[in-house]
Ligand binder design. Sequence first.
Ligand SMILES: [Zn+2]
Ligand SMILES: [Zn+2]
Length: 417
Amino acid sequence: MPETAPPDAAPPDPAGSHAARPYVGSAETALDHALPDTANVDAAPVAAIPASAANKSGTVTAAVCRAFGGPLTLETLRLRAPRGTEVEVTLGAVAICHSDIAFARGAWGGPLPAVYGHEAAGTVTAAGPQAKFGPGESVIVTLIRACGQCAACASGAPVACADPQGPADGPLTTPEGGAVYQAMACGAFAERVVVDGGQLARIPPELAMETACLLSCGVITGIGAVVNSAGLRAGQDVVVIGAGGVGLNAIQGARIAGARRIVAVDLTQAKLDDAAAFGATDGVLADVPAPWQAAMAIMGRGADVVICTVGSAAAYRDVPLYLSARGKVVMVGMPPAGAMAEIEPMALAYSGHRLIGSRMGDTVLARDIPWLVDLYRQGRLKLDELVSRRWRLDQINEAIADTAAGHARRNVIVFDR
Ligand SMILES: [Zn+2]
Ligand SMILES: [Zn+2]
């Protein structure tokens, strides 16, 4: 990997897999359709609680982006009550993902003012009349919003939903009634959110919120890239480019799936040490002239799967060089919109290589979250170790700066109750 591709410093990170769609047809686009709950189809409906009773004040403190590249400002906004299948969740924790930073810097556009934040967990405090959640339930909040009706949803790929947008009038406004964009259908840099019930997954109440929130993006993006997108089989060899928050989860996904060799590639020994703690069998420093040769020497052959978690177009130029014949590159890290990477079609065609894009780990919440929660409880999935530091909402700009500097695995905003 070239030196121009710092794994974690370059936004967006893979979790940015959600970048492609969310602001297309945003709050500016009028789409008024029902959003059936696809992620909790096996959940028994619970009695709806009057939204107006639970959402007493109707106001919420949120970190608002008013200018790309500027600091977020803490403001009091109005948060309307949930309707239909929507649910209000009072947040316990929200992690900072590189995608939030990319959005706040303007890398992917979108309306302003906006509230980012999409890796959250909390407790249900109000629900619309058709919602399948009730007060007091512990949930994670994700940006995976799916219609449940289109061909992609019907074939088990809700992250590729053709019609994922919510109602035109999002739940957030200024006190004067001005539009505020609920970015990524979450707007979770705030004390509470109103989202579609299909974006939620239940978690055990004893799970700490600061731990659980990581399941909403970084964990499913990394593990899902290996298990769902690549379909890794036991005994295969894996290279993971970038050992940041998502890369570490790709590494532990490969360990859980039974990979033979798991080779982490990153720029610093500290990151490689992190990688080893999450299950990497070997590490290669990325700043040597041909790191793929070092990786192949370890594996004795090319990799069956290379997971690229780096948000740098330059990194993508080299990833096929790590592959064995018929190997797969899984593209998780998302460079800024418009950035291009060259490949050699002849080499890929001759070798039978596959290039696979992976957004949100091709996750199906109802299937994957109970699985991951069980692994965590059995001690087979590391979550607590992903938290670098805890912050308050009023420290969010410091927390973002720390994440942007590339040192953190995950910085988590914790809401005191
Ligand atoms: Zn994310
Ligand atoms: Zn759909």
